[in-house]
Design a protein around this ligand. Structure first.
Ligand code: NAP
Length: 319
């Protein structure tokens, strides 16, 4: 420790203590308000923690910034072309959270299929007075068909888990992925075929202009009335109003959501009234081990960028 501040970094906080520890005392953290108001102090870097929006106008208020480091893999809240136009590399944390996020996808899938949260509420209530073999029937998971939209790093981990449950796996990407067929036994199908044939549909695509609203009313109508929809990607990929209606009218059986649009939902949102939806507060990568790993990679990216070195994990920006 030399007791001297070497770099000034704007961050949306409060940051987890593990990140503060890794940053050490050579970095002075400046508040996110700097992105709106500017500052007289030089700013060397930006650290995004909880998905704050970041665009070129904000970067222009901090002309010394030479790295943006994101805590997480999803970077839809950062305008990548604005960063690239200013020569600023963006770092993220791909690959290290796939297992945890896929586990959460499967947790939601199993819980929604077997009505676990509804069952928990009932088991705690005064209404539970005797076992009844006729109540709360769910649907089979084993031997059912899972459709993965976005067979990337997380999608592949979901497919591995599905094989353990003897499921048939379909997937859809913009391009087929031969390794998914060879190593995971997954079959490439069109988006419509996936919606028509799957008992479970799991969304694992990044949020982009192309995927925003990917699942709306027409897509929900293509799904089986017994189907369960799981979203572990980003809320805006799924039209919230269309989902609420489809669940209310039982056009699909249930949904499991780790993410919503907006997030959080307004407390009086009709989706929150429904029994056939399970909602988690964006817990995909929320394990002690994965979050520690994310802290290490994101701080390593930040420090590398501040020193003018290549980032450990740098986001590719399409030209
Ligand atoms: P990835 O490895 O880049 O995989 C994304 C997959 O989506 C690729 O296979 C890609 O294949 C496909 N894809 C992209 N655009 C598509 C489109 N328009 N239509 C169909 N398929 C498309 O990403 P990842 O690391 O698995 O992460 C995926 C997303 O999960 C992240 O971007 C993030 O938003 C989200 N996430 C959420 C949590 C959470 O806490 N819930 C945690 C981590 C990540 P093609 O390029 O061939 O289309």
């Amino acid at each position: 420790m030399n007791g001297r501040v070497d770099y000034r970094v704007v961050a949306d906080g409060p940051l987890a203590p593990s990140i503060i520890d890794l940053l050490g005392n050579q970095i002075e953290l400046l508040p996110w308000t700097v992105t709106q108001q500017g500052t007289d102090q030089p700013v060397d870097g930006v650290y995004t923690y909880g998905h704050p929006l970041l665009d070129g106008q904000m970067l222009d208020r901090m002309p010394g910034v030479r790295v943006i480091s994101n805590y997480g893999v999803g970077i839809d809240h950062i305008n990548l072309s604005d960063a690239a136009a200013r020569g600023i590399p963006v770092g993220n944390t791909p690959g290290i959270l796939d297992g945890a996020t896929a586990d959460m996808g499967f947790t939601l899938l199993l819980a929604a299929a077997r009505r676990l949260v509804e069952g928990d509420r009932y088991a705690r209530s005064a209404a539970f007075t005797r076992y009844d073999p006729g109540y709360m029937l769910g649907h089979e998971v084993h031997s059912a068909t899972l459709g993965i939209v976005g067979m990337g790093r997380i999608g592949a981990q979901v497919a591995r888990r599905a094989r353990g449950f003897d499921m048939s796996v379909l997937y859809h990407n913009r391009r087929p992925k031969p390794t998914a067929e060879e190593e995971l036994g997954a079959r490439y199908v069109s988006f419509s075929e996936l919606l028509n044939e799957s008992d479970y549909v799991m969304l694992c695509v990044p949020l982009s202009e192309e995927t925003q609203g990917l699942i709306g009313d027409p897509e929900l109508r293509q799904m089986k009335s017994t189907a369960v929809l799981i979203n572990i990607a980003r809320g805006p990929i799924l039209d919230t109003d269309a989902l609420t209606e489809a669940l209310r009218r039982r056009e699909i059986a249930a949904a499991g959501l780790d993410v919503t649009d907006p997030e959080p939902l307004p407390r009086d949102h009709p989706l929150l009234e429904l029994e056939n939806v399970i909602i988690a507060p964006h817990l995909g990568s929320a394990t002690v081990e994965t979050r520690q790993h994310m802290a290490e990679i994101s701080v390593a990216n930040l420090l590398a960028g501040l020193r003018g070195e290549p980032l450990v994990r740098q986001v590719d920006v399409a030209p």
